[in-house]
Design a protein around this ligand. Structure first.
Ligand SMILES: *[C@@H]1O[C@H](CO)[C@@H](O)[C@H](O)[C@H]1NC(C)=O
Ligand SMILES: *[C@@H]1O[C@H](CO)[C@@H](O)[C@H](O)[C@H]1NC(C)=O
Ligand SMILES: *[C@@H]1O[C@H](CO)[C@@H](O)[C@H](O)[C@H]1NC(C)=O
Length: 389
């Protein structure tokens, strides 16, 4: 009897050890590591996860059709670049700071709203089509957010969906804003007029990063301006003659102005690195990715570049500025609706202004890779990247 135990025990212990090792290995696989515990995002419709619609709730289908299967306050058919980044870092989708019901801020907050600008808008949303939540307001909001996090922590508030006070130094700060500063004034003052105040746009972004650094922020990803000269909406709306379109059908003068702005932004971000020695200030050339998709959609598994999926009018651009995606309007006595294509996965442009989920995913992959960043910034150096399919 005792002899049997003696013979059995080592085998049992061996099995137990093997089991523990296997469990340890699988636990390590499940519990992915990431240096970033939260994301704080500043932006416009290109990264708004529902902030604008928390204040002005009227988003209609077919927005959200691909992934969420209903409108969720994102200006696309599915996920945005910021959604893919959150997923890749193993974090939940960002709750909009403006959304008071059902939000969870333990892994960050999204200050972006549709139609936001970097510079303060001259007048209200309803007059200019511009959001009141400009970058300066978004900066105020995160300052207030930090005060709330710190005071609630010190009063041991239970059950609050807020992060620990130390989160601000362990977060990724992302910026995807500036497009509305550029585009909302094009019709009135033209490219040359817009170019006059673009240096102010860049300095406001730089100023915001310095303020966030003072709050404890250390890692900043700044996405540059997209090639709006390839957007179906601007191809339809902006005055141009055929000599101003390139071989890919994009507007040369507008795209050149975007490139000038992007170079200015890149230079300014390089310059502030010496003032912020403990920070990573990263310029992200998402422009290059999108330009490539507009130019060669078929090389990346897509079919259409400068044609919108959701719109009215068909033709080369499928965009009519009188009736935006999801809306109906009586035009020439006929009630028309701007509806979605059945295959948004084949398009770069969702509604003439915003990218599809398909394009956003390809852009997110490029950002994660790091080779589109200055300096190169592969995120897998900081986190176990999760699949984003
Ligand atoms: C904002 O308003 C000022 C004063 O009315 C005007 O001079 C300026 O051109 C406006 N800026 C834009 C971008 O419309
Ligand atoms: C136009 O069509 C839409 C969609 O079918 C409908 O919801 C709307 O009420 C119609 N509008 C008018 C003025 O008939
Ligand atoms: C990143 O992209 C470059 C260029 O396309 C490619 O050569 C490289 O293998 C990619 N790296 C990763 C980690 O995917």
């Amino acid at each position: 009897m005792s002899l049997q135990l003696f013979r059995v025990a080592p085998i049992f212990i061996q099995i137990l050890l093997v089991w523990l090792v296997l469990m340890g290995m699988s636990a390590r696989n499940i519990e992915a590591k990431c240096a970033f515990k939260a994301i704080f995002n500043f932006g416009d419709s290109n990264s708004d996860t529902g902030g604008f619609w928390a204040a002005f709730p009227a988003q209609s289908s077919p927005f959200g059709m691909t992934y969420f299967k209903k409108p969720v306050g994102r200006a696309t058919d599915g996920r945005l670049i910021i959604d893919f980044l959150a997923q890749a870092l193993g974090l939940p989708f960002l709750s909009p700071y403006l959304k008071s019901i059902g939000s969870d801020f333990r892994h960050g907050a999204n200050f972006a709203t549709l139609a936001s600008t970097v510079l303060l808008p001259n007048t209200s949303l309803f007059v200019t089509g511009i959001s009141p939540f400009s970058l300066a307001i978004q900066l105020n909001q995160i300052k207030q957010f930090k005060v709330e996090v710190e005071t609630r922590h010190s009063t041991h508030s239970k059950g609050s969906k807020l992060p620990a006070p130390g989160i601000f130094g362990k977060s990724l700060y992302t910026f995807y804003i500036g497009q509305n500063d550029f585009t909302s004034n094009l019709a009135s003052i033209g490219v040359s007029g817009v170019k006059q105040f673009l240096p102010q746009v860049v300095s406001q972004i730089v100023y915001t990063i310095k303020d966030l650094y003072a709050l404890g922020g250390r890692t900043f990803l700044v996405l540059n301006l997209a090639p709006i000269g390839c957007y179906p909406a601007f191809l339809m709306e902006l005055p141009h003659d055929s000599s101003d379109t390139d071989e890919f059908g994009c507007l040369i003068s507008y795209n050149n102005a975007v490139v000038d702005y992007n170079n200015m932004l890149k230079g300014a971000l390089r310059n502030i690195r010496k003032d912020l020695p403990k920070a990573s200030v990263v310029y992200v050339d998402s422009h290059a990715v999108l330009l490539e998709l507009f130019r060669h959609p078929k090389s990346h598994g897509l079919k259409y570049g400068t044609k919108a999926c959701c719109g009215y009018g068909g033709g080369a651009y499928n965009f009519n500025q009188q009736v935006y995606c999801g809306n109906s309007k009586v035009i020439n006595g006929q009630n028309v609706t701007a509806t979605a294509c059945s295959d948004p996965q084949n398009y770069v442009s969702w509604d003439g202004i915003h990218a599809t989920e398909a394009a956003n995913k390809l852009t997110a992959y490029a950002i994660l890779n790091g080779s589109y960043s200055d300096p190169p910034f592969p995120l897998d150096n900081f986190c176990d990247i999760q699949p984003i399919g």
